[in-house]
Design a protein around this ligand. Sequence first.
Ligand SMILES: [Zn+2]
Length: 329
Amino acid sequence: MALSNEQYDALMREYNHKQARNNQIVSYRTKELYSAIPALSQLDEEVSKVSISSITAIFNGKDISSASADSKAKLEGLKARRMELIKSAGFPVDYLEPPYDCPDCKDTGYINGKRCHCFKQAAINIVYKQSNISNILSKENFNAFDLNVYDEDFFEEGSDVSARSNAKIALERATNFVQNFKKKGGNLLLLGRTGCGKTFLSNCVAKALLDQGVSVIYFTSSELFRVFEEQTFKKNTDVADLHDHIFDCDLLIIDDLGTEFQNSFTTARLFQCLNERLLRNKSTIISTNLSLEEMRDTYSERITSRVFSNYDVIKLIGNDIRIKKVISK
Ligand SMILES: [Zn+2]
């Protein structure tokens, strides 16, 4: 993990912050409920009395199983009554549940001593300076995907599939990719001219998978190639650690492949990266303006055949200016 001590401390402070916020909300809401439902505080007192008396009974050597069965039944009765009171006063039944950002680790960052997926993603966001990713993804997600920006009367030469029908198919395939991700994994190659919505579509996938707790790293291809170069020339251990994430995160997105500055060295690194991820069964999404033929000309035959044989190809077409305008709003 390439987090410095300072970064780790800052991240843990954020988790402490969230926990303090949750506690505050729960205590505020408890007061609110007590004043709205006077019977509730009495009920809570009874609940704690029953709990204490069952513990005392066990300490005093009473038969543990009968004592606990007895108090368990009482507690369940009291809790059901409590739920009814809250509901009939018009509050949601989970009103006193802390509003966790991550219910899996209850905003502690850890589950059974191991780092939670939310911690791993937060670390990735820090290391790769992806702090604005959640901002972008709050706007660019499947709910915001609008098929109407694709023209019904736009056709590519020699094809009778309209831009809109084509986008509908692309959307379905991207949705399937997300739905089957945890079972099947897989890789996507998104093709299409600039402004056809490739980045938007890969952001939709990223958002849906992040919500499932999948770790995602997003790079434009120039950024990725810069990391490759840094790693070799600086011999920096942090950068070496960074590389581990690039091989190891559940989903790597390489946006706009073909726009980077290329040389034989970075091309070899790209092959190594794509190959390593395939070997580790980790998924990659590549988007590019290049056609398949141009990809063949730009990269080695090794890369292109590796990509073509292991990636599902989704192509987006359309009148780019109109689409660009709508999706970059
Ligand atoms: Zn978590």
